[in-house]
Design a binder for this molecule. Structure first.
Ligand SMILES: Cc1cc2nc3c(=O)[nH]c(=O)nc-3n(C[C@H](O)[C@H](O)[C@H](O)COP(=O)(O)OP(=O)(O)OC[C@H]3O[C@@H](n4cnc5c(N)ncnc54)[C@H](O)[C@@H]3O)c2cc1C
Length: 649
C-alpha cells in the first residue's frame, strides 16, 4: 500500500459487512450446477434458503450494493446462450399460483397489490433476483456510533414530471401517503439554512484544484450568488470566464423570425453542447462547467441531451428566445416533456421510495413489517423469514432469477404458465395462471423465447441507464459547516456530486441537525462515454460498472472527499465510518431522446410494441412506459393486471 492510500485511510477498518450475522448468502454463481434427473415433483422448497435464516437482513449490508454479485450471473448466462448448457432440468415444485410476478420492484409489488384488490383470495408469488425486495427502491441502513441513519440505495423521492394517474394516486392514497403533507411536516427546512452550494474544479480537468462557493445550478438556493464573483475565482481562462457570464446574461434571440414552436423544434434537434458552441458561440472552456449537469437526470452529459431538454431544466442561454411555457409535441411522449405546472408531488423518505415498497409488502404479507402508518414505516423492521411462508397468500421469494416463462401448451388455449427460476445454485419451476413480467424489458426476450420477434426487438430497443449512488457515513459534518456548503458539484471528478443527505425527521427517525452528529454524505456517478449516441454511452458505462471493484470506488471517493472538503478539516482516514456503493448497471428506464430516437407515430414506439400482452403473460415495469418514475411503474403494473383480467379463466 502506498503512502497516499494510508493517508486516505484505505487500511482503516470500516463497516463493510458481506455476511449477515454469520449467514453467508450463498447465491454467487447462481447458475444451477447440481442437476436433478427428470422432473422431480416436490411439495415445498424445503431447502434452508438464506432469506429464511435468522439474521437475514440485507438493508444493513454495506460495501457493494445495488446490483449485487450473485444477482445477475444467471441472467447474463441466459443472454449469452450459456445458461441451459449447464442448467439441466428444473426441480418442479408443486405450487400453482393465480399470479406469478417476475421482479419485486415497485412495479411488481404494485401489480401484486392491484391483482389482490381485484381478487382477494388470489395466491401470488413474487420472484426477485436480488437479496432484497424493492428493486431500485432499495433501503440502506447505517449505524455510525449506534445511531440509525438511512439512505436510498436507488429511487430517491416521490416526484414525477407527470401528474400521478388515478390508479397511481389511488395506490398512494390506499397506503396513506400524502407526499405534500409529509414534506410540509417532515422536511427539516432550516437544517442547512446557512449553507449553500459550491463547485470544485479539479486539476485533472481544469488545471488546478479550486473550491469555489456559489455558481450556477438548480441546487443553489440563492441563484448561485453573484456569478461574476464566482467566475473570477474559477480556474477558467479569461475567454471562458467572459463567455460564461455572457451565456448567463444573454437576452439575444438566436433564432429571429421563428415561432416559439419552430424554435423548440430546432432546439430538440441540437445538443446543448452544440447550442453553446455553435449558436451562443461560447469559448470551449465553458463547456466542462456544464458538461455533467444533465447526467443525474438523463445519464449522459450535455453532448447527448437536447438544448430543448436543457431549456426545460432552466439552463442558461435561452432568455432571449421568448419560448412559450409547456412541452413541445416532440417531447410529448416522454418524461422529457415536463408538464407545466409541475405536479406538487415531491417527498424524500430517508430511505427513498423503499418506504413505498415496504408499505406495499406490509399490506401484502401480514406480519412481515410492523406499524401501520406512512410515518412509522421508516423505522419498522422487516422480518424476512415471513416473506415466503406456505401459509401466506402472497409470497416473496428472493435470490431467485427467473430464466424461463412458457405457456403449458398452446399460447391461445393454455391454462397455465410454467416459470423456472435459478435460486442459490439450483433450478426450480412453479406454475401460474397468469404471469406479470415486472422485470426489465431487456430480460424478457430471453425469459420468454416464444414471443414474436418484433416484440422481442422492441423490448431490446431501450438501454437502461447505468448509475451509482454512493453513501458514506461520516462521524460529523463540521467540515461542511466550516466551508459553508451542503452540496458541491464536481464536474470533472469520479463522483460528480457530493452532498449532505436531505434532512428529514419522520416518526421515530431523527435527521442529524447538529454538525457534531454523524451524517450520510451522498455521492453520485454516472458512467458514460461523451461523444457517442445515448444508448451506446449507456452500454459503455454499464460495462465499466461491472468490472469496477469496490476498492476502486473507495479509493476514488476517499481521495475526492479529502480534496473537496480538506480545507474544512475533513480527514478521509479519520472521519469515514462506513461506505455503501449502490451500483446500478441497469438503472433508469431508457427515455426516448429527441436527438437520437425517431418520432414514432402513436402506438409504434418500442415500449408500446414491447408491452403487448402475450397469452397469459403481461408486461409491467417502468421500461414499459419508457419513463423512469415510480408512478409510471405503478401505471404499467395496473395495465398489466387489467390485461390479465381479460384472459379467459
Ligand atoms: C439510482 C436511481 C434513482 C432513481 N430515483 C427515482 C426517483 O427519485 N423518483 C422516481 O420516481 N423514480 C426514480 N428512479 C426510477 C425507478 O426505477 C422507478 O421509480 C421504479 O422504482 C422502477 O420500478 P420497477 O419495478 O419498474 O423496476 P425495478 O425497481 O428495477 O424492479 C424490477 C426488478 O425486477 C428484477 N428482475 C429483473 N430480471 C429478473 C428476473 N429474470 N427474475 C427475477 N427478477 C428480475 C430486478 O432485479 C428488479 O429488482 C430511480 C432509479 C434509479 C436506478
Amino acid at each position: 500500500m502506498n503512502k497516499s492510500d494510508r493517508q486516505l485511510g484505505m487500511d482503516r477498518s470500516i463497516t463493510r459487512r458481506d455476511f449477515l450475522d454469520g449467514v453467508r448468502i450463498a447465491i454467487g454463481g447462481a447458475i444451477a450446477t447440481s442437476v436433478l434427473p427428470g422432473l422431480d415433483l416436490v411439495a415445498e422448497t424445503a431447502e434452508p434458503f438464506a432469506q429464511d435464516q435468522p439474521g437475514y437482513y440485507p438493508p444493513a449490508l454495506t460495501g457493494m450494493r445495488g446490483s449485487t454479485d450473485g444477482s445477475y450471473e444467471a441472467a447474463h448466462a441466459l443472454r449469452d446462450g450459456d445458461f441451459w448448457k449447464k442448467a439441466g432440468q428444473p426441480k418442479r415444485i408443486d405450487e400453482v399460483y393465480d399470479l406469478i410476478v417476475v421482479g419485486g420492484g415497485l412495479s411488481g409489488l404494485a401489480a401484486a397489490y392491484f391483482y389482490r384488490r381485484q381478487n382477494p383470495s388470489a395466491r401470488i408469488l413474487i420472484l426477485e433476483n436480488h437479496d432484497d425486495f424493492g428493486g431500485h427502491a432499495k433501503r440502506n441502513e447505517f449505524r455510525p456510533g449506534g445511531r440509525l441513519l438511512l439512505a436510498n440505495g436507488g429511487t430517491w423521492a416521490i416526484e414525477s414530471p407527470f401528474p400521478y394517474s388515478k390508479e397511481a394516486a389511488g395506490l398512494m392514497a390506499d397506503l396513506q401517503i400524502d407526499p405534500a403533507a409529509l414534506a410540509e411536516k417532515c422536511d427539516v427546512k432550516d437544517a442547512y439554512k446557512n449553507l449553500q452550494s459550491a463547485y470544485f474544479f479539479d486539476k485533472e480537468t481544469f488545471g488546478s484544484d479550486k473550491f469555489v462557493p456559489g455558481g450556477p445550478g438548480r441546487r443553489n438556493r440563492n441563484g448561485g450568488g453573484n456569478l461574476s464573483d464566482f467566475v473570477q475565482k474559477t480556474p477558467l481562462s479569461e475567454n471562458a470566464r467572459r463567455d460564461f457570464l455572457r451565456l448567463n446574461e444573454t437576452i439575444v434571440d438566436f433564432f429571429p423570425g421563428l415561432s416559439s414552436d419552430e424554435k423548440k423544434d430546432r432546439l430538440s434537434r441540437i445538443s446543448y453542447k452544440d447550442y453553446l458552441l455553435k449558436v451562443v458561440k461560447v469559448d470551449p472552456g465553458v463547456v466542462p462547467v456544464y458538461q455533467v449537469q444533465t447526467q443525474g437526470l438523463y445519464g449522459v452529459g450535455i453532448d447527448a441531451v437536447s438544448a430543448l431538454d436543457c431549456w426545460v431544466l432552466r439552463s442558461p442561454g435561452f432568455a432571449g428566445l421568448n419560448l412559450a411555457p409547456g412541452p413541445h409535441p416532440r417531447m410529448g411522449f416522454t418524461a422529457r416533456g415536463f408538464a407545466t405546472p409541475k405536479p406538487d408531488y415531491e417527498f424524500h423518505y430517508p430511505d427513498g421510495n423503499a418506504s413505498i415498497a415496504r408499505m406495499l409488502v406490509r399490506v401484502l404479507i401480514r406480519g412481515s413489517i410492523g406499524g401501520k402508518t406512512a410515518e412509522d414505516i421508516v423505522t419498522a423492521k422487516t422480518d424476512y423469514s415471513k416473506l415466503d411462508q406456505p401459509s401466506s397468500m402472497v409470497r416473496i421469494r428472493l435470490n431467485s432469477t427467473v430464466v424461463h416463462a412458457r405457456h403449458a401448451g398452446d399460447v391461445g388455449s393454455a391454462r397455465e404458465v410454467e416459470v423456472s427460476y435459478s435460486r442459490e445454485g439450483k433450478l426450480y419451476s412453479v406454475r401460474g395462471k397468469g404471469v406479470v413480467m415486472a422485470c426489465w424489458n431487456t430480460v424478457i426476450p430471453y425469459v420468454c423465447p416464444e414471443l414474436p420477434q418484433t416484440q422481442k426487438d422492441a423490448l431490446l430497443y431501450g438501454t437502461k441507464v447505468p448509475l451509482v449512488y454512493t453513501s458514506v457515513a461520516i462521524k460529523n459534518w463540521k467540515a461542511f459547516e466550516k466551508l459553508g456548503v451542503y452540496h458541491v458539484s464536481c464536474p470533472g471528478m469520479y463522483h460528480t456530486h457530493v452532498s449532505l443527505d436531505n434532512a428529514v425527521t419522520i416518526g421515530d427517525y431523527k435527521a442529524p441537525v447538529s454538525p457534531e452528529e454523524p451524517i450520510l454524505v451522498r455521492l453520485t456517478k454516472t458512467p458514460c462515454a461523451p461523444g457517442l449516441p445515448e444508448r451506446e454511452q449507456h452500454k459503455v458505462g454499464r460495462a465499466e460498472l461491472l468490472v469496477t471493484p469496490f476498492e476502486t470506488f473507495e479509493r476514488k471517493l476517499r481521495d475526492q472527499l479529502y480534496r473537496v472538503l480538506g480545507a474544512g478539516g475533513f480527514d478521509s482516514a479519520r472521519d469515514i465510518d462506513a461506505i455503501t456503493v449502490n451500483r446500478w448497471p441497469h438503472g433508469y428506464a431508457y427515455e426516448y431522446n429527441p436527438l437520437f430516437d425517431p418520432d414514432w407515430p402513436p402506438g409504434q414506439s418500442p415500449c408500446e410494441i414491447g408491452r403487448k400482452p402475450f397469452g397469459r403473460i403481461t408486461i409491467a415495469n417502468a421500461d414499459a412506459a419508457a419513463a423512469a418514475y415510480t408512478d409510471q411503474a405503478m401505471d404499467q403494473a395496473y395495465r398489466a393486471v387489467q390485461e390479465l383480467a381479460r384472459v379467459p379463466a
